[in-house]
Design a protein around this ligand. Structure first.
Ligand SMILES: NC(=O)c1ccc[n+]([C@@H]2O[C@H](COP(=O)([O-])OP(=O)(O)OC[C@H]3O[C@@H](n4cnc5c(N)ncnc54)[C@H](OP(=O)(O)O)[C@@H]3O)[C@@H](O)[C@H]2O)c1
Length: 314
């Protein structure tokens, strides 16, 4: 089969589209014929060798943390799935990923794919959808009627976070540049602040219960968000290269978010998609053979929104 792998850490040029052996599912594993994976910014950091501590991969490594595809073979002891089932999942980060025609997945991370959108597009959901949910609700404890500030709502996680917070009955204040302001508004933001012209600290005049940071701000910018949170509230940060500050005196918690696979929650997100409560936005569909070029564009800041990556055989 074809896969994209890197044999050493480095820039996008280390990614090779090459022939590899078809993997054989071990006990508890499912082989999935990949309809698509997606690009996540952490893929670039893993490829660059910057995540060797938290995410120790074996070289050569196949990237691709999201998978949408069709069950193709079952390892021993797997029940609950049959060959031909359409599934999605957030794959283990330290194992070979889905930038390939086939991938092995632990059965317990897979769930039935949404029925209301093309299978390949469903690869745009797992990692970023779970990040948005876990940030808002598992860590941020957001409840109906509360105010949430989503800083960096113009990106892939932000699109889901705005929709989920709005649907949960929160008042959503979002920052977005003009390129994504309309989409953020359409996703359910009550207020949109253009971060290219307005400082969020000037625009938010009433405290929020929760601030969620998704933007590549500097530590001072992150600390400024804490001042907007009411006593007893929280700042949840996904840009974990800098620790989330809190404010002990006012009881504001600073929380670093590390997304985890959660099939139960992913199944609920899928159900929300199929009920029309959660829109899956795909910015571009990129052939697997062009993954290195996609990584290069992403490194140059030229990828906006979610890209799904599709093998030629899909
Ligand atoms: N820790 C974890 O487990 C975890 C999991 C998933 C993602 N992440 C991280 O979370 C971040 C968001 O992920 P993503 O996939 O949504 O990334 P993304 O698609 O790149 O979105 C980030 C968005 O931030 C906006 N932005 C840029 N500079 C900004 C600024 N100064 N102020 C406000 N907004 C700004 C941009 O939108 P506009 O220009 O359109 O406004 C951009 O689209 C990334 O850093 C990612 O690596 C971490």
């Amino acid at each position: 089969m074809k896969a994209v792998r890197f044999h050493e850490y480095g820039g996008p040029e280390v990614l090779r589209h090459e022939d590899v052996d078809l993997p054989v599912p071990a006990a508890g594993q499912v082989r999935v014929r990949v309809a698509a994976t997606s690009f996540n910014s952490v893929d670039g950091n893993i490829r660059g060798g910057f995540m060797q501590g938290p995410i120790p991969v074996e070289l050569p490594h196949t990237p691709g943390l999201d998978v949408a595809g069709t069950v193709d073979a079952l390892g021993e002891g797997v029940d609950g799935f049959a060959v031909g089932d359409q599934v999605v999942g957030f794959l283990p980060m330290d194992k070979p990923g889905a930038a390939a025609e086939y991938v092995l997945a632990p059965a317990e991370i897979l769930v039935a794919a949404p029925k209301s959108l093309p299978l390949a597009d469903a690869a745009a959901l797992p990692l970023v959808g779970l990040t948005a949910y876990q940030a808002l609700f598992d860590h941020g404890k957001l409840a109906a009627g509360q105010r949430v500030l989503i800083n960096g709502a113009g990106g892939a996680v932000g699109g889901y976070a705005v929709q989920l917070a709005h649907h949960a009955g929160a008042h959503v204040i979002a920052t977005a540049s003009p390129r994504s302001g309309d989409a953020v508004k359409a996703a359910g933001a009550d207020e949109v602040i253009d971060h290219t012209t307005t400082a969020v600290t000037d625009a938010v005049t009433e405290p929020v219960d929760l601030a969620l940071n998704l933007a590549p701000v500097d530590p001072a910018g992150l600390a400024a968000l804490v001042t907007l949170v009411r006593p007893g509230g929280a700042l949840v940060n996904t840009t974990v290269w800098m620790p989330a500050p809190g404010d002990e005196e006012r009881g504001v918690r600073g929380i670093d978010l590390f997304v985890r696979s959660d099939a139960g929650r992913l199944a609920k997100l899928v159900a929300q998609v199929d009920r029309g409560e959660l829109r899956v936005d795909v910015a571009e569909r990129v052939p697997l053979a062009e993954l290195a070029a996609l990584h290069a564009r992403a490194a140059g800041g030229a990828v906006h929104g979610k890209a799904v990556v599709v093998p030629a055989t899909a």
